[in-house]
Design a protein around this ligand. Sequence first.
Ligand SMILES: Cc1cc2nc3c(=O)[nH]c(=O)nc-3n(C[C@H](O)[C@H](O)[C@H](O)COP(=O)(O)OP(=O)(O)OC[C@H]3O[C@@H](n4cnc5c(N)ncnc54)[C@H](O)[C@@H]3O)c2cc1C
Length: 510
Amino acid sequence: MNTTIKNKKHTHTIYDVIIAGAGPVGLFLACELALAKCSVLVLEKATEVHSPLKQLPLGIRGLSSPTIEALYRRNLFEELEIHKHLKNPHQNAVQGPRRQAGHFAGIPFHDGDIDTTQWKYRLPGSTPASLITEMQELETVFSKRAEALGVEIKRGFAVTGFHQNNERVIVQAGGQSFECKWLAGCDGSRSVVRKTGGFEFAGTEPEFTGYTAKADLLNPEVLQPGRNVTPTGVYMQSQPGYLAIQDFDGGAFHGVAKPVTREHLQEVLRRVSGTDVTISALHIASTWTDRARQATTYRNGRVLLAGDAAHIHAPLGGQGLNLGMGDAMNLGWKLAATIHGKAPEGLLDSYVTERHPIGAQVLDWSRAQAILMKPDPNARALHAIITDLINTTDGATYFAGRVWGVSTQINLGGKHPLIGCSVPNFEFEDGIKIGQLMHNGRGILLDFSHHAALSKLAGGYHQIGYISKPAKNQLGLSAALIRPDGIVAWATDEEINISDLQKAITKWLV
Ligand SMILES: Cc1cc2nc3c(=O)[nH]c(=O)nc-3n(C[C@H](O)[C@H](O)[C@H](O)COP(=O)(O)OP(=O)(O)OC[C@H]3O[C@@H](n4cnc5c(N)ncnc54)[C@H](O)[C@@H]3O)c2cc1C
C-alpha cells in the first residue's frame, strides 16, 4: 500500500511502516508486514552485514519453541541449516536420560527428568522445543525473504530522530527524511526510537560485566570445560579460546565503555577462574551486562517498540532474541490489520497488553539467574536448593517448560485451557500439519465437528481460512479459532456455540 506524493518540487513515498533496525526482530517484523501486503522500509545503521560477533561461535543463538513454531508457520524453518549439523553446546556428551537438556543459572536439567506428558497439548509431531542457530544465518534468511516480499532495506541509514502527528511519522536517517504511517523501533538496546519517543525505560542495575571473546591461550588446559561457577565469578570455554566470563563488578567495566584489552581480559579471567591462564593474543571481545530494563509501554501514538529496543536483560539461558521474535509475530498482523482498516477496536493496543507481561517474566527469569550465579554464600545456599529441585521430575519439567517457552500462555480469558496458547501442530489424515497451512499469515477456523454453519461463518471473513478435516489426534477439541500468529483465540471440546464463536471472531479478526 505505497502512497506516492508528487508535487512540483519533489516526489516521495509514504510507507505504511518504517522499521528502524535490520536485526532479526526488525527483519522478521518486516516479513510479517509485507506478507500482509503493507509497504515497508527498513533503515539500518550498519553498512556491513557480516560481523564475527554475528557468526559462530560468538554469534551462536538458542531458539526456543515459540520462535521455531513462528518460523515453521511462515515456511522459514526449512531455510535454517546450522542446527542440522551443530550440536547444542548446552547439551553434554552423555546420551540417554542424563543428557543435559538445558540450564538455569548454569544448573543443568536433564532429558530423563522431563515429563512431557505434563504438556498435554504438545503433540508428538511438534517442531523441536529448542535448537541453535547464529545471528548471521537468521538475518540472512530474513533479509532474503523480506526482499522477496518487496521490503526495501537501506543500509548505512542510522535513524537520528523523528516527529509524529495524528496521521504520519517523519523519520530522519542518513541526512534524509522519510515518511510513514507507523514507525517501529527495532533498533536494539540503545534504541534511538525509544529515546526520541520519550518512552520510560524502567528496571534494575547490573550485578556483573559479561565478556564474550575469542583469544589465543598459552595454556587452555588449566580451564575446566563447560560452564563453571567459581568463588569469584563464572566462566565458560566452549572451545579452546572461545570464552564467556561473568565478573561481578556491578557492571562497572561495561559501564565505562572502554575497549577490552588483552591485559584486562587476562586479569579478569585469572581472577574468575582462579588459574594462571595466559592470553597470548586477543582477536575479538565484547561486553554485556545483566542490566534489566523494559519500556513501560511499547506504543506511543504511531510509534511502536519491539525486541531489544523494548526490553534488555542478561543473555543467560538465551531468551532475548526469542522474546523479540515473539513481539514481532504478535505485532505484525495487528499492525497490518490496523493499516488496512480491518482492526477491531483495541487490537493494536493488545500488542502491549499481551507482550509486556511476557517481557516482564523474562526479565525476572534473567534477574533470578544473575543472583543465583553471584559468588556469595547467600547465592550458594539458594543454588543448592535449586539444584535439588531441578533434579526432580516436576522441577525439570517446570524449568524446561519455561526455558523452551513450551508453557507460554497469553492471558486472553476464556474457559478452554488452550486459549492463549500456541495451537498444537495437528496432523491431518493426509499427513499435512496445521503449521504448514499458515504460510499465508491468515487466521484459521478449525472445525473438527464438520458443522455446516461454521463453513458459512468463516466464508464471510477474508482473514480466516476454514479447515474441516479429521486430524490423527484431535486432543478432544470440536473447534478452535486460531489467530494469524498461531495463538488459539477460542476453543471448545463441546457442542459449538455459534454466538460465542462469532464474538471471538469479531474480537480478533474483523
Ligand atoms: C553474548 C550474547 C548471547 C546471546 N544469546 C542469545 C540466545 O542464545 N538466545 C536468545 O534468544 N537471545 C540471545 N541473545 C540476545 C539477542 O542477541 C538479542 O536479544 C537480539 O539480537 C535482539 O534482536 P533485535 O533485532 O531486537 O536487536 P539487535 O540484534 O540489536 O538489532 C538491532 C539492529 O538495529 C540497528 N540499529 C541500531 N541503532 C540504529 C539506528 N539508530 N538506526 C537504524 N538502525 C539501528 C543495529 O545495527 C542492529 O542491526 C544474546 C545476546 C548476547 C549479547
